[in-house]
Design a protein around this ligand. Structure first.
Ligand SMILES: [Zn+2]
Length: 191
């Protein structure tokens, strides 16, 4: 299993069964403890920042995919070397607090961790990927690990009920905004 979460949740994963890795450059105090993976959102010295894509989740995803395609061999090698009997925890900086501005403005957060999940699932479809609470609640749907632009058409067109094809992540209702993105309106409907 892979778990996507943020550096500030690191204490939750102290047990033996967890292997910890950074998918973004770790904060200073963790630099010695957490090895960095090829999932750093950059290539050849150029790092993609989610802040530059505030209301453009699709372009953000596109740029990340380009980068990971370029690093495919490294990624594959890294994945193949992982011990199979451990849970792999992947850490990024993003959480609800850090993305407060984006969440209050747009209702979602952008974080490359979701696309990392998409890449892992594409390479190893049988793998299980879990999101922490902030990601479950706020990660933009097109960045969810199980996002599939074909399958989600049903939700996009219906816009009212979940279709169930995304399993864990298919919880509507959704609304379609001007940028063509599909956004959950879970917050508004929560009792
Ligand atoms: Zn992030």
């Amino acid at each position: 299993m892979f778990i996507l979460t943020s550096f500030d949740k690191i204490e939750k994963y102290n047990e033996e069964k967890y292997l910890k890795f950074a998918i973004h450059f770790p904060p200073k105090h963790l630099r010695e403890q957490i090895p960095v993976t090829p999932f750093i959102p950059g290539h050849n010295g150029l790092i993609i920042k989610s802040e530059d894509f505030m209301d453009r989740p699709r372009e953000y995803r596109g740029e990340l995919i380009k980068i990971y395609k370029a690093k495919k061999e490294k990624i594959l090698q890294w994945l193949h070397e992982l011990p199979k009997d451990k849970h792999v925890v992947l850490f990024c900086h993003c959480n609800k607090e850090k993305k407060e501005n984006q969440i209050s403005k747009y209702g979602y957060m952008l974080c490359h961790s979701g696309v990392v999940g998409q890449i892992i699932l594409k390479l190893f479809p049988a793998v299980r990927i879990e999101l922490d609470e902030d990601r479950k609640q706020y990660l933009h749907l097109s960045l969810h690990p199980s996002y599939d632009p074909i399958k989600c058409n049903k939700c996009a067109l219906g816009g009212i009920e979940k279709c169930g094809e995304w399993e864990d992540y298919c919880y509507g209702p959704y609304e379609i905004k001007e940028d063509g993105g599909i956004y959950t309106i879970r917050e508004k409907t929560k009792e």
